[in-house]
Design a protein around this ligand. Sequence first.
Ligand code: G3P
Length: 218
Amino acid sequence: MEFFIDTADLEQIKQASSWGILDGVTTNPTLVSKEGLRGAKAIEQRYVDICNSVTGAVSAEVLSTAFSDMVAEGEKLASLHEQIVVKVPMTADGIKAIAYFNSKGIRTNCTLVFSVGQALIAAKAGATYVSPFLGRLDDIATDGLNLISEIRLIYDNYRFRTKILAASIRSTMHIINCAKVGADVITGPLSAMQGLLKHPLTDSGLEKFLLDARKLTP
Ligand code: G3P
């Protein structure tokens, strides 16, 4: 399973990367807007800085919605750095753009996926990643994890190579549950990944070991 961090915050990206377990980064317009960046140049520079801080895929989202504009924008984003994956919304124009990018060898992440039908068509178009939004489905009392299981079944049935990138991860349990149902990638906040480290028996066990270790010195 690959771990991506879902942020445009360079410090958090560097912190997660320093653990040696980070496989990539996803961003979206909301996350980029939180960074206080203004103008295309500043945003593009942030994408380049992110790419230079990690070794894996970095999703950068197109802001346009019409096919030809998405193509121009996506080609510009992809030219910024070889690690860039063009993030494209799940719309008819978006699917057309994904098929176009696929034909040009440009990697894509189909975002805002909330149904198996959407995931199926994204794979047909040749998306590199599909992003079902687990947390946002849970928010409306819908079983987000079941969606990921169903996408897994369909992709396995037809050996689609599109990777399931479980997005809108909000908690450590989300990560564990995604691992159980076979998501290829999770993207979430650093706090959810940090939760994987924790167990009270580890803390108390280490405390005891350290106390006993003191008895070993003469
Ligand atoms: O990047 C897409 C997704 O991860 C957004 O998550 O928490 O805003 O639903 P969230």
